[in-house]
Ligand binder design. Structure first.
Ligand code: URA
Length: 314
């Protein structure tokens, strides 16, 4: 391998490592580049660096952005594990800064990447105690191209039973909230911080909050889901969802109603529907509804006068 080729290769590896450390998971590569990459590197040391360009030209970020969608192929990296908080840090604080600026995936590539991610989640046994106790891994449900994504805490008994998030009582309330916006459950995407039900050994019923270690272990799946879906708005349901996504442990009462940013995506923290089931006060319903109105405005969804006035006392 020539020296110039080796330098070029090193620079490319460095560039890709840089992208990876910033959270990039997919790199668009033109078919011609792929073909060139699959050829043997030039052996002759005499070849000047410029002569390599037609054969092997690593795409800089701007070219990646500009790649024609129909020409580009997407290669998910072999180990798509960009979010690696240290074991000494119990909270997922090191959320990658922003979503990579890359062309949208072609539908088949996106479906394939989503399917592969799902398979990995379904086979996950990283929390042996949860894997042993679970009936189902609750990956997520809804539209892969959703503009609006809801993130909750963790599956409960009903969700564990059915393998779908938010199907129990709190879930039925969430469905009503979604419908009140004029959307259907199938229009949005719903997922949790944790994909397995937190076990409750020795307890016949009840739920528990995920531990920081469980959240840290599971959250990379959610980061990857969000990377693929690329929603325009995320609604975080409750304190645990905010903690998992933003690393913030500020009380939900303080945070709700105030726009936050998850890697460049607007995130609205609001109360968990389970809280609304416990506290039936109209004022609390209105607060959640105001958060939803803010999300609808951000998405430029139509809002009727009737919708604006939901849960306002006469
Ligand atoms: N609560 C959650 O946070 N998630 C679910 O899926 C169900 C209840």
């Amino acid at each position: 391998m020539s020296e110039s080729y080796r330098l070029l290769l090193d620079a490319t590896i460095q560039h890709l490592e840089g992208l990876k450390s910033r959270g990039v998971r997919h790199v668009a590569v033109a078919p011609a580049t792929l073909r060139a990459l699959s050829q043997a590197p030039p052996a002759a040391p005499k070849a000047p660096a410029t002569s390599l360009r037609p054969q092997f030209q690593p795409a800089p970020p701007l070219e990646l952005r500009g790649s024609r969608r129909e020409e580009a192929q997407t290669i998910p990296p072999a180990a798509a594990r960009p979010f690696q908080p240290s074991s000494s840090n119990p909270l997922p604080a090191a959320v990658p800064e922003s979503l990579p600026v890359l062309p949208p995936l072609r539908p088949e590539a996106k479906a394939a990447a989503f399917g592969a991610l799902r398979e990995r989640a379904l086979a996950c046994v990283k929390c042996p105690h949860l894997a042993a106790a679970r009936k189902n891994v609750v990956f997520g449900v809804g539209n892969m191209d959703a503009q609006l994504m809801f993130v909750g805490e963790a599956p409960g008994a009903d969700e564990d039973e059915q393998g779908e998030p938010f199907v129990g009582k709190a879930g039925q309330l969430l469905t009503k909230i979604i419908q009140a916006t004029g959307l259907q459950r199938s229009d949005v995407y719903i997922a949790n911080i944790l994909k397995c039900r937190p076990d409750t050994p020795g307890q016949a019923a009840g739920n528990r909050k995920p531990t920081p270690e469980e959240m840290q272990t599971c959250i990379p799946f959610l980061h990857e889901q969000i990377d693929l879906i690329r929603p325009q708005v995320i609604v975080a349901l409750g304190a645990t969802a905010v903690e998992g996504l933003l690393g913030k442990t500020v009380g939900i009462t303080k945070l709700r109603g105030n726009w936050q940013t998850y890697r460049g995506t607007p995130l609205m923290p609001t109360y968990h529907p389970a809280y609304l089931l416990r506290n039936q006060a109209m004022s609390e319903k209105r607060r959640v509804w105001e958060d939803m109105l803010a999300a609808m405005e951000k998405l430029a969804l139509p809002i009727s006068e009737k919708q604006r006035n939901f849960f306002l006392k006469a």
